[in-house]
Design a protein around this ligand. Structure first.
Ligand code: ZN
Length: 366
């Protein structure tokens, strides 16, 4: 072989090698890109509150999309086991018009909405897996929220409370983080006025919980979830309207058949998350009617809501509604919800909003 021929072959070899490397580089780049897209899609699906894939489906795609999948006991969605917290976190979030739009209600597994004095409502959002970097505005406690908190053995995050709430939190030895005494877990957002501007994050709550020794495994009862999708056998429920008071406290849910869930409106406007601008939604709505009265002699007209005992309500999901009853035998006991055949209800996987209303509240279900 002449040296000219040898050089020609060598050049050809270099070019071929370069082309091969480029192709291989592209395909591995493509694999990484696809993985990232899959990850983003999984996250997007979770944000969109679409039904999560079952662990079977996760495995059929070749690469597992959810690492070590498990079912979240509070929302019934499939999530990675490592994402699940040891203890549920319960945050008091206010609903004054100056507090809207709130941050973080979109990532809660369960949200309770109950009336407080003056015809307004307040939320307690329960989280078991989220890394939300802004939750709030955080507001004060009322004793009847503790009745629900105790069911989860949750870490309670709040900013002060009514006299009865202070007393009960101490007496019941509730493990919580109170913004009044805490300089690490909360911050004030100067773009909003006090008291509608105290915020926190999951990261900060977890750090403080570890410091306080709250970060431990707990046992708690939870809802039963169905496999796939179950339409409750009852009346049509595509629009749900609840009035805490006539002005600015009308709650509306509209069923979205495409998403399979209910979009939430507050005061006739889409109720959105402040950060994501995404409209809040619920797969399940439970309306729990409870005896409610103004505490005699209370200067602010604070309420006493009886959440221990029995009562009535509605379970609404997938465009339908059934009448239910509820029962809670003690303050630390679990609230059971039963259908008309006295069978415990089974929820569809997804976010559940529990609306606690007085018996005389205006409730429209159409
Ligand atoms: Zn969950």
């Amino acid at each position: 072989m002449t040296s000219r021929k040898f050089n020609l072959l060598l050049s050809l070899f270099v070019v071929l090698f370069f082309l091969f490397s480029l192709t291989a580089g592209c395909s591995s780049q493509k694999v990484i890109q696809e993985k990232e897209e899959n990850q983003l899609q999984t996250e997007a699906d979770a944000r969109e509150n679409l039904p999560a894939q079952s662990s079977e489906e996760v495995k059929t795609g070749g690469e597992p999309k959810t690492v070590d999948p498990t079912r979240c006991p509070l929302c019934g969605r499939t999530v990675s086991r490592h994402e699940i917290f040891k203890r549920p976190i319960a945050v008091m979030i206010e609903n004054h018009p100056k507090a809207r739009p709130q941050s973080g209600l979109d990532e809660a597994d369960i949200v309770y909405e109950m009336p407080v004095e003056g015809g307004i409502s307040r939320f307690m959002a329960i989280y078991l897996h989220s890394d939300k970097s802004r939750i709030g505005p955080v507001r004060s406690s009322r004793p009847y929220y503790l009745d629900k908190l105790l069911e989860y053995e949750g870490i309670y995050v709040y900013f002060g409370g009514s006299p009865q709430a202070w007393e009960d939190i101490a007496r019941l030895k509730i493990e919580g983080i109170n913004g009044i005494y805490d300089g690490l877990t909360f911050w004030r957002d100067e773009s909003r006025k006090k008291p509608h501007n105290a915020y926190t994050s999951i990261k900060k709550i977890k750090r403080t919980s570890e410091m306080k020794g709250y970060d431990r495994d707990v046992n708690f009862k939870h809802f039963k979830f169905c496999e796939g999708e179950e339409v409750p056998e009852g009346e049509k429920a595509e629009t749900v309207i609840l009035k805490f008071s006539p002005f600015k406290y009308t709650v509306k849910y509209e069923y979205n058949r495409h998403k399979g869930g209910y979009l939430r409106y507050m005061d006739n406007k889409p109720h959105i998350d402040r950060e994501t601008h995404k409209q809040l939604s619920a797969e399940n709505i439970i309306i729990q009617k409870a005896k409610t009265m103004v505490i005699p002699g209370d200067d602010a007209g604070r309420l006493n809501i009886q959440l221990v005992g029995k009562g009535e309500g509605y379970y609404i999901s997938k465009g339908n509604c059934i009448k239910i009853t509820w029962e809670k035998k003690s303050r630390k006991g679990y609230t059971y919800f039963y259908d008309t055949k006295n069978k415990e209800i089974t929820l569809n996987p997804g976010t559940t909003w529990i609306q606690i209303v007085p018996y005389n509240a205006e409730v429209q279900i159409q």
